[in-house]
Design a protein around this ligand. Structure first.
Ligand code: SAH
Length: 212
């Protein structure tokens, strides 16, 4: 067995393992080349996901995937990729297949960051469909055009669940912004500088982590 060969597993060694969705301290009871048997000890405090649903436009895959990985480390509960008006055509076409890779990235990032759960990554959809999938209590559109309302201020009154939307490299179009507004989303800013989409996702989650 892999563990037995790679780690020279020996009875008595202690590991942290995820079992049935919970992080446990576990001790090797017996090990041979076919089988490693663990005794599960106490459940460890594994931080539950942040109750944040990221609605993320599809943009250049290398940047986007970096953002997805970091968002997982920061605790995002769910990621819905959106084919935005300004998502480049070839990316929009490739997105449906690419989602398998995104799911692998979140699995690995969840494991690496010792999350006891793995964020859900939805199939990529157009904005209208994505808006219908959001049930969060507070829906916040990260917008570089917003000057007044900050994300921080929007989280100051208590809230249980949050959705954050991040646009593509070219930003959301005016009609997309209208669609958000009609669905109860509020524009918020992360400050006066224009951030790359993946930076906005990370900064937005960090603010949520501090405020929720
Ligand atoms: N339209 C811009 C670039 C968009 S940046 C331009 O080219 O001028 C990509 C996404 O990051 C935006 O859609 C927005 O969701 C987010 N973003 C970037 N800077 C931001 C800021 N200062 N505050 C909030 N969101 C921001």
């Amino acid at each position: 067995m892999h563990l037995a060969r790679v780690l020279r597993a020996q009875p008595g060694q202690v590991f942290d393992v995820v079992a049935n969705g919970f992080l446990h301290r576990a001790e090797i009871f017996s090990a041979d080349e076919h089988e490693v048997v663990f005794t599960l000890h106490e459940e460890l405090e594994a931080d539950a996901a942040l109750p944040v649903h990221l609605v993320m436009a599809v943009f250049k895959f290398d940047h986007m995937e970096w953002g997805i990985e970091k968002a997982t480390e920061l605790g995002a509960a769910r990621i819905t990729p959106v084919i935005a008006r300004r998502t480049e055509k070839h990316l929009a076409q490739a997105a449906a297949k690419r989602v398998e890779r995104w799911r692998r990235i979140v699995r690995e990032a969840a494991q690496q960051s010792r999350r006891s759960d793995v964020p859900e990554v939805n199939d990529p959809v157009v904005l209208k469909a994505a808006l219908g999938m959001v049930s969060a209590e507070r829906k916040l559109l990260l917008a570089e055009t917003e000057q007044e309302n900050s994300l921080r201020a929007a989280l100051e009154t208590e809230v249980a669940t949050v959705a954050l939307a991040i646009g593509p490299e070219g930003g959301w179009t005016a009609d997309e912004m209208v669609m958000f507004a009609e669905n109860g989303w509020k524009n918020v800013t992360l400050g006066p500088r224009i951030l790359r989409a993946e930076t906005a996702a990370i900064a937005g989650l960090a603010v949520c982590a501090a405020m929720l």
